[in-house]
Design a binder for this molecule. Structure first.
Ligand SMILES: C[S@@+](CC[C@H](N)C(=O)[O-])C[C@H]1O[C@@H](n2cnc3c(N)ncnc32)[C@H](O)[C@@H]1O
Length: 223
């Protein structure tokens, strides 16, 4: 069975070392980590969860947007920061059965009052949010299962962010395929996404080779 440590980009002993440094998680997160390994749910895991928490905390995030809730694992890391700062996490998930599990996860984590789950297609929800709440979000985290959406969602996520907020996207190294000549649709989209983020002078980006690669970009200006 694949473990978090065997799924990273760097060599396995280094992955193991990095995971070994992490602080123990509480019951709500530990339950979802075990559930993800058992049921093959593609959650970010504790190393990226910890990183998301750091980014959100560093910009005192109150309003956080997440695209791709799954069972609520990354949402707990982000939602806890939002709640602590008196704000909320808005998270989008297309699969109603996962929404049900995520709602329970947020209750178990004691943060249900700081979470809004939107059940629906990110292709519809993200443009709607970008229009109604432009510049409102401190963090926008893209982790939608359909990787071919990354490029389509980029502009609206940047629009939704305030200046000084962070765009974050998981799987930016896509198991290393981005560096190969693989030309499947998901690899090509993530390559294009990374290129666009680095070319956008509204953003100050860094692609961090953490687990499957996390791209982080600070929004510097509106235009
Ligand atoms: C990688 S998982 C999210 C993992 C979660 N961020 C975590 O780390 O705990 C991606 C999720 O995106 C959802 N998804 C796929 N296509 C979608 C779409 N078009 N709109 C909204 N959600 C979608 C999938 O159902 C899946 O639960």
């Amino acid at each position: 069975m694949p473990t978090f440590e065997s799924r990273g980009i760097t060599v396995e002993p280094v992955e193991k070392y990095l995971y070994g440094l992490l602080r123990p998680r509480d019951d709500a997160l530990t339950f979802l980590e075990k559930d993800a390994e058992k049921n093959d749910v593609p959650i970010v895991g504790p190393m990226v969860g910890n990183f998301l928490s750091l980014i959100a905390t560093s910009c005192r995030a109150k309003n956080i947007l997440e695209v791709g809730t799954a069972t609520g694992y990354s949402g707990i890391w982000l939602g806890r920061v939002a709640k602590q700062n008196g704000g909320k996490l808005t998270t989008i998930e297309a699969d109603p059965s996962r929404v049900k599990i995520a709602s329970k996860s947020f209750r178990d984590a004691g943060i249900a009052d700081a979470i809004e789950i939107l059940t629906g297609d990110a292709r519809k929800e993200v443009p709607r949010i970008a229009k109604s709440s432009a510049g409102k979000f401190d963090v926008a985290f893209i982790d939608v299962g359909d990787k071919s959406l990354y490029v389509d969602l980029l502009e609206d996520c940047v629009k939704a962010l305030r200046v000084g907020g962070f765009l974050v996207a998981d799987n930016a190294l896509w198991k290393g395929f981005v560096a190969s000549s693989a030309r499947d649709r998901d690899t090509a989209t993530i390559q294009e996404f990374n290129k666009k983020v680095y070319a956008d002078d509204r953003l100050l980006p860094s692609l961090v080779p953490l687990r499957d690669g996390v791209i982080v970009a600070l929004k510097l200006k509106e235009k």
